[in-house]
Every structure is written in structure tokens, then in C-alpha cells.
Design a protein around this ligand. Structure first.
Ligand SMILES: N[C@@H](CCC(=O)N[C@@H](CS)C(=O)NCC(=O)O)C(=O)O
Length: 234
């Protein structure tokens, strides 16, 4: 357990969801950090040659990548307040949900991105003539998706400018998981909530057309976002 304030650097675009999740966790722990903005996969690879993914965190002399491992580390070094429930069964559910949210939301987001880029490559106007917002261009994944689109290895039959209809059902799943409780499976904030809110914020920002409406239609998710913002102070 850490005794003096650690030197913490978090590498990557701060609004990229997995990065935002780490920043929220540091906020909950009231730990200061410095954000090192990176842009694009080449820069990501410099700090994480192994997978080329961000977030990457430097904690004093230690470099850690992968948001879940980073949260494990922060929680070990700074146990209060804990990032999972003390009840092991609830903790398991929260970790399960953390993984589910990360995979699910990222999947639909990537799918949307592919449609945009496919339209761009085809020179067609899929209704998104402006292309993806500049912010998305800084997320390294764009390079990879663009390559997949150019060589034809993206799934066919996708169209439209917003998220696919299934995405709204995944949001409804989240509403169901939350139910009447203030936080996911619990009365206190956990890493599941931090992951959810990191992704929900991208809806609020309207990166994908229709995102803000999807959120407005689900007030319990908006309330969760407010609670977590208060807990994390950011
Ligand atoms: N499982 C990883 C996922 C991280 C991730 O997908 N990061 C994205 C940005 S939010 C990335 O680095 N993408 C670069 C790429 O796909 O090449 C985590 O939780 O940290």
C-alpha cells in the first residue's frame, strides 16, 4: 500500500472510453495524475509496443497497460474507497459487467465506425458527409478500421448513420442491470459504473448521431452518470 503520493501518468486520448474509465477511477481515489495525450496508433505503439493499445499508466517506475489491470493496481495500492463491492458475489457481477460493457459498447462503436469509413472509401454519401468527428481520428483504432475497410474485410450489409438498432437494446440491458439501485448491483460506485459512464459519455457528446437521444430516452442512465461524476469529481 502506497504511503506517499505516487507520480501517475496516463497515456492516451483522455476522452477515449477506456482512458476515461481510468481517469474516473483515479478521481474516485482522489489521486492526481498527468494526462499524456497521444494521437493515433503509431504513438500508442510507442508506449505499448506489445498490443498498441491505450490506456497505459505509469505509476512511479511501473508501466501498466489495459484498463482492467490498471484498476486492479490502483485498487491494490489505494484500497479506499474500493472499486468493487466487498461481497465477493457482487464483486464478480461487477467485474463481469465491466467486461461486458467494454466489449459490447466497443463492438457497436467499431461497427458504426466501419460504416462511416466504408462510405468514405466508396466515395458514397451515407449521410455522414463530414466523416467521423475529428476526435475519433485521434483514437488509434481508426487506422486499423480504415485498413480493414480498404481491403474489403469489413462485414457487408451495414448501413445507416447512427448506431444499429441492436445497440439500443444493449442500452436497455444496462437499464435493466441497474434497476432501482443507485449503482450497478450495489449501493456504492464500482468499476462497473466507471466503465458504463466512460462509454455513456461518448453518447452524450454526440460522436455518433442519435447518441444524445438514446441517452435522454433512458433517464436512469443519465442519473447514474451524474452520481459517478460526483463520486469521481470529474
Ligand atoms: N482491453 C483494453 C482495450 C483498450 C482499447 O480498446 N483501447 C483503444 C482506444 S479506447 C485502442 O487503443 N485502440 C487502438 C487500436 O485498436 O489499434 C483496455 O481495457 O484497456
Amino acid at each position: 500500500v502506497a504511503t506517499s503520493a505516487p507520480r501517475i501518468l496516463v497515456y492516451g486520448p483522455p476522452r477515449a472510453p477506456f482512458n476515461a474509465k481510468v481517469l474516473l477511477a483515479l478521481g474516485v481515489k482522489r489521486l492526481d495524475c498527468k494526462v499524456v495525450e497521444l494521437s493515433g496508433s503509431a504513438e500508442f505503439r510507442k508506449v505499448n509496443p506489445e498490443t498498441g493499445m491505450v490506456p497505459v499508466m505509469d505509476y512511479d517506475d511501473r508501466r501498466i497497460h489495459d484498463s482492467a489491470r490498471i484498476l486492479d493496481w490502483i485498487d491494490e495500492q489505494h484500497p479506499e474507497p474500493p472499486l468493487v463491492a466487498r461481497d465477493p458475489r457482487v464483486a464478480r457481477s461487477q467485474r463481469g459487467l465491466e467486461a461486458w460493457i467494454g466489449e459490447t459498447f466497443y463492438f457497436y462503436w467499431l461497427r458504426w465506425l466501419r460504416v462511416q469509413l466504408a462510405a468514405e472509401v466508396a466515395g458514397a454519401d451515407a449521410g455522414a458527409s463530414e466523416g467521423p468527428p475529428g476526435e475519433l481520428a485521434r483514437m488509434g483504432v481508426l487506422d486499423r478500421v480504415r485498413a480493414a475497410v480498404s481491403d474489403g474485410s469489413f462485414p457487408a450489409g451495414l448501413s445507416g448513420t447512427g448506431f444499429s438498432p441492436e445497440f439500443s437494446r444493449r442500452l436497455d440491458d444496462l437499464v435493466g442491470f441497474l434497476g432501482e439501485r443507485p449503482y450497478l448491483y450495489a449501493e456504492r460506485v464500482s468499476r462497473a459504473d466507471l466503465t458504463a459512464v466512460a462509454f455513456l459519455r461518448t453518447l452524450e457528446w454526440g460522436w455518433v448521431p442519435g447518441g444524445p437521444d438514446l441517452l435522454r430516452a433512458r433517464p436512469s442512465l443519465g442519473a447514474l452518470m451524474q452520481r459517478v461524476a460526483r463520486d469521481a469529481g470529474c
